[in-house]
Design a protein around this ligand. Sequence first.
Ligand SMILES: NC(=O)c1ccc[n+]([C@@H]2O[C@H](COP(=O)([O-])OP(=O)(O)OC[C@H]3O[C@@H](n4cnc5c(N)ncnc54)[C@H](OP(=O)(O)O)[C@@H]3O)[C@@H](O)[C@H]2O)c1
Length: 325
Amino acid sequence: MSLNSFSTAIHGRLPRTVVDIAILAMLNHSQSVQSHTGLSFCSQDKENSHLSCIVLITSTNQRNKMKLTGNTVLITGGSSGIGLEIAKRFLKRDNTVIITGRNERKLQQAREQFEGLTVIQNDVSNPEDIATLFQRIEKDFPDLNILINNAGIMRKINLQNHSDSALELTKEIDINIKGLVWMSNAFLSLLKEKKNAAIVNVSSGLAFVPLPISPVYCAAKAAVHSYTLSLREQLRNTGIKVFELAPPATNTELLTVFGEEMEGTTIMSTEAMVGTFFKGLSKDQYEIRPGQSNLLKFMSRFFPNFILKQLSKSVELMHADKRVA
Ligand SMILES: NC(=O)c1ccc[n+]([C@@H]2O[C@H](COP(=O)([O-])OP(=O)(O)OC[C@H]3O[C@@H](n4cnc5c(N)ncnc54)[C@H](OP(=O)(O)O)[C@@H]3O)[C@@H](O)[C@H]2O)c1
């Protein structure tokens, strides 16, 4: 029985939430297999209306787990924060690591900090830059087998009162989603030839429910989540595994635009967040949701209005702050 027919079969017998929790648990489990078949046996105890289900999910296409040494890894936006921490850990495990970013000074600092790191100045929101990057990687690093689409920016935008041009307004669309789609597309041919190949797309816990003071960012991250689901399905018959890392609020430069709005928010250290990422990667967990991101996904599924209201509290602060244009 497929997941859909399983859902249809038991809806109506249990409160919807209970059924959905069961299905979510199945989906969480099935994330770790690239291809699965679901089998379920349900029986209802007439006396106490108790429904028992046994769910079996078997992998039909077991692959070897990701190897975390001996890879050639390209990380976009690797000059600070999450990208730099990922680079550091891959370097420690004897991988060849290349990072990109726009700011040459930040890249040079990263290179001085980590021996063996290759840095390339590059803007993912510029298709010509991506084409040049591809040529360089194909020539100098033909063994590339892991692409980590991490580059991203995040801004507060007051939709009622901003002075941005149309192009400026949608900058996160250009960098966070268009850049990621273009990079994946450009490097696909190179990755397809490789064993142990992967694309990792960095989304956000805010892909599941928006923080309304950052409307374009959250829309872009929701698109990253959706695109990653499609990419994973389309590449299922190739050797490329498609991962999504959805970080929660993490202590990096990205959050420096926020002040009071972050009060009460649990902020994860970059080291702990990236540690969870590596654990997920080593277990072929295709959707990695560290810390609060897991809760955000759960809440967005079962209590969508409540969680949106919670995340909307900072809108009033933004309206009161005349500096946010
Ligand atoms: N920190 C969080 O709370 C959090 C939560 C969820 C998701 N994330 C996601 O995690 C990823 C990394 O962010 P971070 O927190 O590590 O922030 P960060 O320290 O600001 O790092 C962002 C990186 O992206 C680079 N970048 C920005 N625009 C770029 C472009 N057009 N082309 C190439 N590189 C570009 C930056 O370098 P340059 O500016 O020099 O280009 C920098 O290396 C982002 O996708 C972000 O959305 C972060």
